[in-house]
Design a protein around this ligand. Structure first.
Ligand code: AMP
Length: 404
């Protein structure tokens, strides 16, 4: 089946058309600067030079969806002859609260619940909802499925998702850990089991999704049992510009000492902290930090070392949570590409049975084992593919609903 995957942000829309039977991408692209002027459209056809880029004004998400559907169905450069060839649309939805434990067929009732979750992700969910509405306009008869960043973590036990605050605030306001990057953690933990030649039910894996946003998840038999992001994606390990976990009193202290408002401090913690802030605003990009470290830059070293330390701490904690791990898997931009981050992390885990194979770590490509044969805990680098995960989940939901 051809599944159109839509990842809709407030001013951008990423799309990908996937043939799920063969797990191949047919085309992909991006609509940029929706609603803010100066829009740009990218369309890439895999294995063909029919792709192009052009400036297009996108006053709203409807125009963006119109543009991409016209590109896909264009008689000359398109990849399908009619929109009816698209079997389903899979929408990435950031927050499903505790209402969705898996990918869900989108009915009007489901739409209302997704809208209710908007207060948990005010920057993301309204855009996701808009994406669904825009697709509905052009494809009123096509099945739509919502795939949630939070759903994979709905298996967290109570002891892992509760915070140490009065229980009534969980009951009244739903303050709890949700976790994010669920599609990636699910996909990568399944791939880890597959590459080990084992059933996912028999494997304990720690998945390190290290991208600009980053989270680490303990996966026991295919179920998420703890994860580093929390009520919001600000929690957990240090990220590109996000601070990760810190003493809540620091927020209070920053408001008092800097004279910034609470909103300004929250902005600082989201956009000016993490690797970027620790490196004296040098860069949030690990490639820049790595290069600056090589040149002996102390600010870059400080940021790098702190970043590594926090990752090691979370992995150690999750080894305890799992009662020992069979595998640690690195994924996402940094996890897949940075041999130096993997090396520094794994070297600090030697005492816990982790032995990196330097040759495989430095020189291999793609999904692979990067630990030695004698390493008690196997280490893998596996590219994540959130879009493929969304497409496959979409088909799974339709199969269950007998919609295919
Ligand atoms: P993502 O959010 O998964 O797209 O990851 C983005 C991050 O991956 C960038 O900010 C870079 O820091 C990092 N990255 C990408 N390629 C490399 C590389 N070859 N080496 C180190 N870091 C990389």
């Amino acid at each position: 089946m051809k599944v159109l995957v839509i990842n809709c942000g407030s001013s951008s829309l990423k799309y990908r058309l996937i043939e799920t039977d063969t797990k191949t991408v047919i085309c992909k692209g991006l609509c940029e600067r929706i609603g803010i002027g100066g829009g740009h459209f990218k369309y890439e056809v895999i294995g063909s030079d029919n792709g192009y880029e052009k400036d297009v004004e996108f006053p709203d998400h409807n125009t963006a969806v119109d543009t991409l559907i016209k590109a896909i169905t264009d008689p000359d450069k398109g990849v399908v002859s009619d929109v009816s060839e698209i079997g389903a649309v899979g929408h990435r939805i950031v927050h499903g609260g505790d209402k969705f434990t898996g990918a869900t067929y989108i009915t009007p009732e489901v739409m209302s619940v997704i809208e209710e979750c908007s207060d948990l992700a005010p920057l993301h969910n309204p855009a996701n909802v808009q994406g669904i509405k825009s697709c509905r306009k052009v494809m009123p008869d096509t099945a739509m499925v919502g795939v949630f960043d939070t759903a994979f973590h709905q298996t967290l036990p109570e002891e892992a998702y509760l915070y140490g605050i009065p229980y009534e605030y969980y009951e009244k306001y739903g303050i709890r850990k949700f976790g994010f990057h669920g599609m990636s953690h699910e996909y990568v933990s399944k791939e880890t089991a597959a590459i080990m030649g084992k059933d996912v039910k028999d494997v304990k894996t720690i998945v390190c999704h290290l991208g600009n946003g980053a989270s680490i998840t303990a996966v026991d038999g295919g179920r998420s049992v703890d994860t580093s992001m929390g009520y919001t994606p600000l929690d957990g390990i240090i990220m590109g510009t996000r601070c990760g976990s810190l003493d809540p009193e620091i927020v209070h202290a920053l408001v008092e000492k800097t004279g910034k408002s609470l909103d300004e401090v929250m902005k600082l913690l989201n956009f000016e902290s993490g690797v970027y802030g620790l490196s004296d605003y040098m860069s949030s990009d690990m490639r820049d930090i790595r290069d600056a470290c090589k040149n002996g830059n102390m600010a870059a070293k400080r940021a790098f070392n702190t970043y590594i330390y926090v990752i090691v701490k979370y992995i150690g904690a999750y080894m305890a949570v799992l009662g020992g791990a069979d595998a640690i898997t690195f994924t996402a931009g940094i996890g897949e590409n940075s041999s130096s981050v993997r090396k520094q992390v794994c070297d600090r885990l030697k005492g816990l049975g982790v032995e990196l194979d330097d040759e495989a770590n430095n020189n291999g490509h793609g999904a692979r084992l990067i630990s030695t044969a004698s390493s008690k805990v196997k280490v893998y680098a596996i590219p994540t593919d959130e879009e493929m995960s969304i497409a496959l989940s979409t088909v799974e939901v339709l199969n269950k609903q007998n919609k295919v």
